[in-house]
Design a protein around this ligand. Structure first.
Ligand SMILES: [Zn+2]
Length: 237
């Protein structure tokens, strides 16, 4: 009888484990306000076998903050300035309750006047700088290097330096408290290409600068970075 009980317990444990492994990470994807290569981008997202997503597009994407539907992570690939006070409050509520946040590429340009957004992103692309010293800038089709600044973090552990062909941003504000994951030595680019932070004990945030596409969406190092970011933000890595 004891043996049977032990067997039953093992079976329950195993089935619990299987269930946890099969449960997909639920992602709310926000897009709009900036074009991108949709087929290449969604080919990449669809290749992440443990992730399911729902896309909401501007001008109605921020309604997703008001009806959150239990998402694990919000993936920002939008670029907008308009947001209502109710949507801001709903987003702040989600962050306080605990939700994963991954900000991709041009999402760092959004909400120039909303300090809470800059804080959770950990930086800001400055659109209205007073002069060329404070104004951020960009250049397309640049080859640049990416080296791993944090080799022990769950997102970048085991990764090797790699080359990127994508758009660079320059003179972007990066908050001093972020945990830098990837940097570049390209003189025109912002020094750090990827960082993360724990906004609070239940909310993790990641920013990944490359992502104009479409070429980079097919790069395995890049795909890993995005997939692992979604997993880490969801407390699954
Ligand atoms: Zn771009």
């Amino acid at each position: 009888m004891k043996t049977f009980a032990a067997f039953l317990l093992l079976f329950i444990n195993l089935s619990g484990l299987t269930h946890a492994q099969e449960e997909k990470i639920s992602v709310l994807l926000l897009t709009g306000g900036h074009g991108f290569d949709r087929p290449a981008f969604f080919d990449m997202l669809d290749s992440f076998e443990n992730i399911e997503y729902k896309e909401m597009r501007h001008p109605n994407a921020n309604a997703g903050f008001l009806q959150p539907e239990g998402y694990d992570v919000i993936l920002f690939y939008d670029m907008v300035q308009q947001i209502s006070e109710a949507e801001k409050a709903a987003f702040e509520g989600l962050v306080n309750q605990g939700i994963g946040l991954v900000f991709l590429h041009h999402a760092i340009v959004s909400y120039q006047d909303w300090d809470f957004y800059r804080e959770v992103v950990g930086g800001r692309y400055i659109e209205n700088g007073e002069d060329t010293q404070t104004q951020s800038n960009y250049r397309h089709d640049v080859q640049f290097d990416a080296w791993i600044a944090d080799k022990t973090h769950p997102i970048t552990r085991g990764m090797k330096a790699f080359d990127i062909d994508d758009e660079i941003y320059g003179q972007v504000f990066i908050a001093p408290e972020v945990n830098v994951l990837i940097s570049t030595s390209h003189p025109e680019s912002m020094e750090h290409l990827m960082w993360c932070r724990e906004v609070n004990p239940k909310t993790r945030s990641v920013y990944l600068q490359p992502g104009h596409g479409p070429g980079i969406f097919a790069e395995s190092s890049y795909q890993k970075l995005l997939k692992y970011s979604l997993e880490w933000a969801a407390f699954r890595r």
